[in-house]
Design a protein around this ligand. Structure first.
Ligand SMILES: *Cc1c(COP(=O)(O)O)cnc(C)c1O
Length: 279
């Protein structure tokens, strides 16, 4: 997923921006916190595809020209901040700006996490199943808006039915309900008979003090992987999720012969904006 430093939102955007193109969209709106990887990648993909991205970001987190905001600046992106915690305000603002432009516009929800976007992660598991003969007991991923986990869980149902999928929650939203609902949407899109329930959703809380606030376990995981593998986890998603996985292993939650696939989902932009203190 090479564009824009890569990251997991590209898989969702493959489907979402195809839909936007098919509908003749000239402007694409999306939202998130100030350092949203999703918003940055939406901008990168839109620019490449010849659509105009407008990011209406919530004033939450680091708003200086650092990390993803810097990358958006380099891409000459229209970034606007709205001082609200309520998504309804954001979507109203998108409609206001869109209608005023007189152009065809397309709205992508936070994290690209609807059923259409999550299709990218059904595909991901299909690819994993085709690329390896390893029987994975678990797939573990970070969970911030639910689409990744929902797509992976549905993909596992279809292509790796003996694999349990665990979402590591880095925020405090009601993820059981959110993930189940996106899975239900996926089942409809894919015209499956299977009706997902909360029993199909497995969650572990790794949020710590709050979304985008680095945690000691997450920071330790960032150091561990950087020091040993040359792999840079980020403080918002992949560090916390991997830290949680290490903790589960230490607590004996996995058997010695279990094969565990950790889905590394990118997010490098956050590393250059958020203070990760290891001392
Ligand atoms: C958004 C994001 C996630 C989580 O995906 P959701 O579909 O939002 O739950 C994980 N890792 C990174 C780097 C992300 O940007």
């Amino acid at each position: 997923t090479g564009i824009g430093l890569g990251g997991n939102k590209v898989r969702k955007l493959e489907f979402l921006l195809a839909d936007a193109k098919n509908k003749g969209a000239e402007i694409v709106f999306t939202t998130g916190g100030a350092q949203s990887n999703h918003a940055m990648l939406t901008a990168a993909c839109c620019k490449k595809l010849g659509m105009t991205p407008i990011l209406i970001l919530k004033k939450r987190g680091v708003t200086d020209r650092k990390g993803n905001i810097l990358l958006e600046y380099l891409m000459n992106t229209d970034v606007r901040f709205l001082d609200t915690g309520d998504s309804a305000d954001v979507y109203r603002e998108m409609d206001r700006v869109g209608q005023e432009s007189g152009k065809v516009y397309y709205k992508i929800p936070t994290g690209g996490s609807n059923a259409l976007g999550a299709l990218g992660y059904v595909n991901c598991v299909k690819e994993i199943s085709e690329q390896t003969d390893i029987k994975f007991d678990y797939i573990c991923c970070a969970e911030g808006s639910g689409g990744t986990h929902a797509g992976v869980a549905m993909g596992a149902k279809l292509f790796m039915p003996n694999t349990k999928v665990i979402g590591m929650m880095v925020d405090t939203d009601p993820f059981e309900e959110i993930t189940t609902n996106i899975m239900k949407g996926l089942a409809e899109l894919l015209e499956l008979d299977f009706v997902p329930t909360v029993d199909d959703v497995h969650l572990v809380d790794v949020c710590g003090a709050g979304y985008a606030i680095p945690s000691p376990e997450g920071n330790a995981a960032i150091r561990m992987m950087a020091e040993n593998e040359g792999l840079f986890l980020d403080p918002v998603y992949t560090g916390k999720a991997f830290g949680g996985l290490i903790q589960m292993a230490r607590e004996g939650k996995f058997g010695p012969d279990d094969n565990i696939l950790y889905l590394y989902s990118g997010g490098a932009g956050g590393l250059f904006a958020i203070d990760v203190s290891l001392d």
